[in-house]
Design a protein around this ligand. Structure first.
Ligand SMILES: [Zn+2]
Length: 263
């Protein structure tokens, strides 16, 4: 087996004995990569720790076979402590981002630009003002979908191309998770599911799709608006992929709710 080095962030770890586990990483050079971590959980391990929400340099033995390669060494490049004001919220959004990438990024698909975008997200979740967290996370979520080929059609009706500014009916835009956009009244079909989003919220969603992460920092959103937009995006993902059951969306929405109440 060849010894290789890459930068990576831990997405998830599965313990299978007291000392060993499988670690799923988002690597800069290889995309999503699962590696065996033998003995890394022992207290006396001399190796660097697999600190979550951090840029790590991972040295590993690559495997050409079906079984995973294994980690040889770990060193810390940059750590995002997420300990600022509203720490629970920062942690909930960072965990949700890792969960989304874990479920949506296919194994072995190299995504260098997305990796950089993900690092920018972690860095912003660590340092921005608390009120910017929802807009920053939602912007990441929408762009993550586009990076992975599930671009939602937010700025015009997916049925006829009518501009997003002309989709409002009784103060709301009817977002269709199946077609991934706001549907104008002429294109609505009986039996199709819609999530009514109040016009200001939908306009914000369109704005977030166009915004770079650093610009999303200046947008602040309420909790109710955030959960509604998250729900719309999660239902959309459910239609585009077979991951509906795997995404513990409700669980992470609950976490956000808790952090909103207590931190
Ligand atoms: Zn239409």
């Amino acid at each position: 087996m060849a010894l290789k080095t890459t930068e990576a962030v831990v997405l998830k770890a599965f313990n299978w004995s007291e000392s060993s586990r499988t670690v799923v990483l988002f690597t800069r050079d290889k995309g999503r990569l699962a590696l065996t971590d033998k003995g890394g959980r022992r207290f006396n391990s001399r190796r660097g720790r697999l600190i979550p929400f951090s840029r790590l340099e991972i040295t590993y033995y690559d495997s050409q076979k079906e079984s995973a390669g294994y980690i040889s060494d770990v060193s810390l490049v940059e750590s995002f402590s997420l300990e600022g004001e509203g720490a629970l919220g920062r942690l909930a959004y960072a965990s949700a981002a890792c969960e989304l990438v874990f479920h949506l990024l296919p194994d072995g698909q190299v995504q260098t630009d997305l990796y950089r975008y993900f690092i920018t997200l972690l860095s912003l979740l660590d340092k921005v003002e608390r009120q910017s967290l929802p807009a920053v996370f939602l912007t990441f979520f929408i762009h993550l979908l586009s990076y992975l080929g599930y671009h939602p059609s937010l700025s015009s009706c997916p049925g006829c191309g009518r501009d997003a500014g002309e989709l409002t009916v009784d103060g709301s835009v009817f977002f269709c998770p199946e077609r991934g956009g706001g549907i104008c009244s002429a294109c609505q079909r009986t039996g199709e599911q819609y999530i009514p989003i109040p016009e200001p919220g939908y306009k914000l969603l369109v704005q977030l799709q166009r915004a770079p992460l650093t610009q999303a920092v200046s947008l602040s959103m309420g909790y109710g608006e955030t959960t509604l937009l998250l729900e719309a995006l999660i239902k959309f993902v459910g239609y585009q992929t077979d991951l509906k059951a795997k995404l513990k969306s409700l669980e992470f929405l609950e976490k956000l709710k808790d952090s909103n109440n207590t931190s």
